[in-house]
Design a protein around this ligand. Structure first.
Ligand SMILES: [Zn+2]
Length: 401
């Protein structure tokens, strides 16, 4: 009796286990998972495709190779192969770790723009590619990286569209990924010039998720481009306290004005977006930033004027205390110029501070700071905006809303 029971139980158990594992692997096979790996002031995006293939867009800085390798190897579904490897452009913060990654994994196809660079980092990458018997496919607009009709999965290259650019960033391989009803745009460090090229070519730029170009720099993510992409989600890969001031407050404001949910690797670590081809989910809550809401700090922009060849911005302190303006930011909203107040800048209680610019500007008396001798404000309707170091919007002149 005991024996009979055992004979039945074991096969049933095995069948159950088998069907369960089939269920699990099917579920996994249906998801697209995009990992925006936190590599500080750099990019590295690892993508697990629903057909079990993988794609890596960029490899962080030189020191990030092992971090990325360990991240990929540590994923639940192990990956020994990177089917598609993309080096968006030859800057170190994008190709730095790719040599280690190429030496570690089985690599399928390699896509890079057709441009070389004289850096050691670039040479190391070329050596790794050669030593592993790989070839580079020169990325250009119109190329299909893969197209799996069965599951409605496709990745196409939208840029570079020219043979040469002045700025290395503009060679960035721009990729649009489609899975079912969901779309994703990966932009490398492409700047406004490329965005305008893309707009002119009338390519389909629409994407649910936008990898914000160039770490959120104001050189990219122009208004028209953003309107054309019309994303619901924006991911910014950027390092904490980086020396470039990325992401630009202008870009954050622009994204927020369009009610785009923002994710940032410097604040939230690695960001993971996953999709069944229908809905998109993130591993983190969207970043809550109410910086666009004016906060009355008692400090405000009271005037922007042009007198002769001198432009002045007057900042008033309406409080009973001295206010320290170290690292506060004055921004010309249209022109995009930013002035960061040096350490130790103060406005006395009930006092004023003047920031001058323009050809005839000089800082000759106390309470006057010279920005520079260019004209910042005298193009009509360029509002001045003042931000606290937290990114909090403090004042705008002229006051509109
Ligand atoms: Zn970069």
């Amino acid at each position: 009796m005991f024996r009979v029971k055992k004979n039945i139980v074991i096969p049933v158990f095995i069948i159950l286990l088998l069907s369960l594992s089939i269920l699990i692997s099917n579920a996994a096979a249906d998801s697209l998972i995009i990992h925006f790996i936190d590599v500080g002031q750099a990019d590295s995006i690892f993508i697990q495709l629903p057909n079990s293939q993988t794609m890596l867009i960029d490899g962080g800085n030189n020191g990030d190779g092992s971090l990325i390798i360990n991240y990929i190897k540590g994923l639940k579904k192990s990956n020994n192969k990177i089917d598609y490897l993309i080096g968006t452009h030859p800057h170190e913060d994008h190709i730095g770790g790719l040599d280690d990654i190429i030496n570690e994994f089985d690599i399928g196809r390699v896509f890079m723009p057709k441009v070389s660079h004289s850096s050691k980092t670039f040479e190391d990458l070329m050596l790794a590619i050669r030593d592993n018997g790989l070839k580079i496919s020169a990325a250009q607009v119109g190329q299909t990286i893969f197209n799996d009709d069965n599951i409605d999965l496709k990745a196409v290259i939208l840029s570079p569209g020219r043979d040469s650019y002045d700025e290395l960033n503009n060679y960035s391989v721009v990729i649009r990924l489609v899975y079912g009803d969901t779309t994703y745009l990966f932009t490398g460090d492409a700047e406004g010039l490329v965005e305008n090229e893309l707009l002119r070519q009338q390519l389909d730029l629409k994407a649910n998720v936008l990898k914000v170009a160039h770490h959120g720099s104001s050189s990219s993510t122009g208004e028209r481009f953003l309107k054309a992409v019309a994303p619901q989600y924006a991911v910014i890969s950027v390092g904490k306290d980086n020396s470039y001031g990325h992401p630009s407050q202008l870009i954050i404001d622009r994204l927020q004005r369009d009610n785009i949910k923002i994710y940032r690797t410097d604040r939230q670590g690695t960001i993971i977006a996953s999709s069944d081809g229908n809905k998109i989910k993130f591993n983190k809550e969207e970043l809550v930033m109410d910086s666009n809401v004016l906060r009355d700090t008692g400090v405000y922009l009271s005037m922007v004027t042009l007198t002769g060849s001198v432009e002045s911005v007057v900042i008033s302190n309406n409080t009973a205390d001295t206010v320290n303006l170290s690292n506060w930011k004055l921004v010309s909203e249209v022109g995009g110029q930013e002035y960061i107040f040096p350490k130790g800048t103060e406005i006395p209680a009930q006092g004023q501070l003047k920031v001058v610019s323009g050809r005839g500007a000089k800082a000759e008396q106390p309470g006057v700071i010279l920005w520079n001798n260019s004209y910042i404000w005298n193009n009509d309707g360029d509002p001045a905006v003042l931000y606290a170091p937290s990114g909090q919007l403090v004042s705008r002149f002229p006051r509109e809303e």
